[in-house]
Design a protein around this ligand. Structure first.
Ligand SMILES: [Zn+2]
Length: 160
């Protein structure tokens, strides 16, 4: 990054850092919750935060080509939660969120064209008990449809 970039960026850097810390920390917690849910449901064969796959899915079943993205309610402009934008730099945040949505759509198309089943879930659903149950059911069904489920679901003997 050039020096001039850094200088221009300084204008919004502080507020952005602050908000990113606040919101990102949260989304990491949500990710962890979904990882734990999958593990406790005995669903196996997935990797987390797979950098090698377009969009870096939060969860990827590489063998079955199923990619799961958790869309943070703030970052993706969730209509249910309608999170408030920070007081300052509202235009920046609006653009940022719009861009995130566009990137998500682009990622979906890119992966689907290559045979991936893309699943997007809202952060608020991961957090809620009933939402989480629905997500697990959905993932379960998709994996079943994607056949050859052997090895994905651990038997009860595997659990300790
Ligand atoms: Zn939401």
């Amino acid at each position: 990054m050039s020096l001039s970039c850094v200088m221009v960026d300084n204008l919004t850097r502080d507020v952005r850092k602050k908000t990113m810390r606040a919101v990102k920390g949260k989304s990491t917690r949500i990710e962890k919750r979904l990882f734990a849910l999958l593990a406790s449901a005995g669903i196996r064969g997935w990797k987390k935060n797979v950098v090698a796959i377009r969009g870096k899915p939060d969860i990827a079943f590489t063998e079955h080509r199923v990619a799961i993205f958790i869309d943070g309610c703030f970052w993706h402009g969730c209509p249910v939660c309608a999170k408030k934008l920070p007081q300052t730099n509202r235009r920046y945040w609006k653009r940022k969120i719009k861009r995130n949505i566009e990137i998500a759509e682009f990622t979906n198309r890119h992966l689907r064209r290559r045979g991936w089943r893309v699943v997007r879930v809202w952060g608020h659903d991961v957090e809620r008990g009933d939402g989480a149950t629905k997500i697990l059911d959905r993932i379960h069904r998709i994996l079943l449809v994607r056949e050859n489920t052997r090895g994905i679901f651990s038997s009860s003997q595997d659990k300790k």
